[in-house]
Design a protein around this ligand. Structure first.
Ligand code: NAD
Length: 505
């Protein structure tokens, strides 16, 4: 590790991350994993952070044996008591918010405030799940038969597999695990290989809560292993009734095929291609700030990042020029530096994709109007820092139809709202969307079933970010899954509506 300006060594000590770590736990017990050693390098400065001896299939089998056993005990614990454990997990995460947020930032590359924000989402979903543990409601119905009543019952499902993407190293697990836990399920988490240390840190933090409360081994499990070892066989494992995967559409399709083949259930949270419609009736200063933040936050590596701006013809040039001016002010640098607005991309492969996409844009007739370079020189030694890019394009370009997971913002003109909505929906993905307009006819239409076809539709705020209270997810190639709030918890349970006959005695 280079000069420890940001106190990384102390952060790793606080989080109990050692030089070499084991990749599998069933709660408090850590297995001596002997899989291939994988060192995690920070995209911030290229330093080796620490190494993980990855979990093998044998380790997975040990974990699964504990998990299936633990389910039998855990499902019998009353839901509010399960909620009490979740409450304590939320509180323990509060205590470790700064060091965990820092590790997330250093290992993944998102800026410190976003690292903190991610841990806050874990805390928020824990709070939400505590309340939910007393509200796993079902309806009662009138039966067509005499002296019968019917009602919904929600039962726990079993072992829930959670596969998470690199860009939310810890929050995605919490969105799933906190809800699954109060639902009476047990969780086996396979994190992204790019950010395994953050996952290990989470399990180190929550292990103390599990121990203090005598939670059986096997309720919250981690298997940090490569997809070569813990991949398709994990997906095909019939002991797992539900697999929740957050990742690219390509991987989601693969997961869906294998889990579908055995008639298992999935929650698919996949790629987005999110657009903002900037109407001539909008507050353009607001739209400008939101577009900027939507496109460059997390260096364009959010599923909800703003990728396309559909701008009315009569304000197009002015809006583009102001946007370019705003991009010029962006401070690009070390993610733990408090002045930084844009951190590095996750690795050099991501940089390659960023550059290839620009080639493709030009080939198809588009024009790069700002940025797109890779930064070199002091502070940029990891080779992962880029200047966010703006390009003028047409919506039908092949490259525009794809999700490039990097800070490239496409500018597209429209003349009528019909055309804007047509462009907006004319991509394979359907995650998040927004319109900036003060014209209620436009905004209502956008929110209606004639408008945005996405899982998330916003008015006068950007596409990125989501509150845990609402169900989160998207349509079409985004996979159709829902996580977090609203009634998303139902996916983690099974219904069994008894028809109950009463008798005169
Ligand atoms: P990815 O698809 O490359 O990998 C996702 C996860 O799947 C990783 O943990 C990976 O190890 C695992 N995986 C791959 N093959 C597997 C297999 N055969 N068996 C089991 N696991 C396997 O995605 P990524 O690069 O980590 O993340 C970026 C992508 O995730 C983007 O497309 C982004 O839009 C998407 N994403 C979506 C959401 C959402 O909520 N919709 C949220 C965050 C990220």
């Amino acid at each position: 590790m280079q000069a420890d300006k940001y106190g990384i060594r102390g952060i790793l000590r606080t989080l109990n991350i050692e030089e070499i770590n084991h990749g599998a736990t069933t709660g408090t017990e850590w297995f001596k994993t002997r899989g291939e050693a994988l060192t995690s390098y920070s995209p911030a400065d290229g330093s080796a952070i620490a190494t993980v001896n990855q979990a093998t299939w044998d380790d997975y089998e040990l974990v699964m044996a504990k998990a299936t056993d633990a389910f039998r005990t855990w499902r019998m614990v009353p839901a509010p008591k399960r909620g009490e454990i979740v409450r304590q997990i939320g509180n323990r995460l509060r205590e470790y918010k700064e060091p965990l947020g820092s590790l997330v930032s250093y290992e993944m590359g998102k800026i410190y405030q976003e690292g903190l924000g991610e841990v806050q989402e874990m805390i928020d979903i824990a709070d939400y799940a505590v309340g939910l543990s007393r509200q796993l409601y079902g309806f009662t119905m009138h039966s067509e038969r005499e002296r019968h009543r019917m009602y919904d019952q929600y039962h726990p499902l079993g072992v829930v597999g959670v596969i998470s993407a690199f860009n939310f190293p810890v929050a995605v697990w919490a969105w799933n695990a906190m809800i699954a836990m109060v639902a009476g399920d047990v969780v086996v988490w396979k994190p992204s290989s790019k950010v395994m240390l953050s996952a290990i840190a989470v399990h180190r933090i929550i292990g103390s809560v599990l121990e203090e409360n005598n939670v059986p081994e096997g309720v919250l499990n981690l298997v940090a292993g490569s997809s070569r070892n813990i991949g398709d066989d994990f997906l095909a494992d019939k002991r797992i009734p539900l697999i929740s995967v957050t990742g690219s559409t390509r991987v989601g399709r693969h997961v869906s095929k294998i889990v579908g083949e055995r008639l298992g259930r999935t929650i698919l949270e996949l790629g987005g291609n999110n657009a903002i419609i900037v109407s001539q009736y909008g507050n353009l200063n607001m739209a400008l700030r939101a577009s900027l933040f939507g496109a460059v936050a997390t260096a364009g590596q959010r599923c909800t990042s703003t990728r396309r701006l559909l701008i009315h013809d009569c304000i197009f040039d002015k809006f583009r020029d102001k946007l370019i001016e705003a991009y010029k002010q962006l401070k690009i640098g070390h993610p733990l530096d408090p002045d930084t607005v844009v951190g590095p991309l996750v690795d050099r492969d991501a940089v390659k994709n960023f550059l290839n996409a620009q080639e493709q844009i030009k080939k198809e007739g588009g024009r790069i109007v700002y940025g797109g370079q890779v930064l070199v020189g002091e502070g940029y030694g990891s080779g992962c820092y880029v200047v966010p890019c703006i390009a003028e394009v047409e919506n039908h370009y092949k490259i525009v139809q794809e999700e490039t997971f990097a800070p490239i913002l496409y500018l597209i003109k429209y003349k009528t709202m019909d055309e804007a909505i047509e462009h907006h929906n004319n991509v394979p993905q359907g995650l998040s969307s927004a319109i900036f307009s003060k014209n209620i006819l436009e905004t209502e239409r956008f929110l209606s079933h004639e408008g945005s076809d996405c899982g998330i539709a916003n008015v006068n705020i950007a596409t990125n970010g989501a509150e845990i209270g609402g169900a989160f997810g998207g349509e079409k190639d985004t996979g159709g899954g829902r996580e977090s709030g609203s009634d998303a918890w139902k996916a983690y349970m099974r219904t069994s509506p008894p028809n109950f006959r009463w008798l005169r005695v």
